[in-house]
Ligand binder design. Structure first.
Ligand SMILES: O=C1O[C@H](COP(=O)(O)O)[C@@H](O)[C@H](O)[C@H]1O
Length: 237
């Protein structure tokens, strides 16, 4: 199946690339243009990225794009509650692959904070996110095989609250079904307010997950909540 065969909602744009490197370069070009425009028009740009296995080539391609990175804030759609030195840390991934080259001048607002409980850590992350320029200029989402995005996981008791349009928290604690289970996630209104929204996915399995998500409720597959304009989906086989 190709992404062009999906019946996507009106206003959702699909970009198809021949391979992961081409996809990374195309996304890096488009994201760099959007960040440069944001810096030019309001003096500061905010970029929120996801972790997981997929974004490394994109991070590296973006890190060498020339723009005024000292005016760019970078934060994370979600984080595992582990320090940046832990191999599972999304912040660690961003530090190793994105905050390099020209992009080393960017300003990172991490979600991880040491605390006595995950709830306290989420509250500290929520406070740190007060510095993040809103609306987010560019959001890069990923998607798990169960239809989760950020750390908005199906079956979590806090999911319905995190997906509410009027959810006041910027960040909430979540439990994932896989290790590391303790997670921190940005909530729906913060994420879905982004000016430019991209979903980056690779492979036939993720396309099948996306197809399934089109026909279910967001509580079953949270990516469903984002499948509307202005989402741009970047897919490659
Ligand atoms: O756990 C996570 O998974 C999703 C998808 O990651 P991938 O490895 O399948 O690309 C990711 O978007 C999220 O940020 C991450 O914490």
């Amino acid at each position: 199946m190709a992404i062009s065969e999906l019946d996507l909602p009106t206003g959702v744009v699909a970009h198809s690339s021949a391979n992961p490197q081409r996809q990374a370069e195309l996304m890096a070009d488009n994201v760099a243009k959007a960040l440069a425009y944001a810096v030019q028009t309001h003096g500061i740009a905010s970029l929120v990225v996801s972790g997981g296995r997929s974004p490394i080539a994109f991070f590296e391609a973006l890190s060498i794009r020339e723009l005024n990175w000292s005016k760019v804030q970078i934060s994370l759609a979600d984080e595992r509650w582990v320090p940046a030195t832990n191999p599972a840390s999304n912040e660690g991934l961003v530090r190793r692959h994105l905050l390099q080259n020209a992009a080393r001048e960017a300003w990172l607002i991490g979600l991880y904070h040491p605390a006595e409980s995950l709830e306290q850590a989420a509250s500290l992350a929520d406070q740190a996110l007060a510095q993040l320029q809103r609306p987010i200029d560019v959001l890069i989402l990923g998607m798990g095989d169960d239809g989760h995005t950020a750390s908005l996981f199906p079956g979590n008791p806090k999911l319905a609250h995190a997906l509410r349009d009027d959810c006041l928290e910027r960040c909430l604690p979540m439990q994932a079904p896989v290790d590391p289970q303790a997670r921190l996630t940005m909530t729906y209104p913060l994420l879905a307010g982004a000016r430019m929204q991209c979903l980056a996915i690779q492979g036939a399995d993720k396309l099948e997950t996306l197809r399934a998500a089109l026909n279910v409720d967001p509580l079953q597959m949270p990516i469903r909540a984002f499948l509307h304009s202005p989402l741009e989906i970047y897919w490659c086989p």
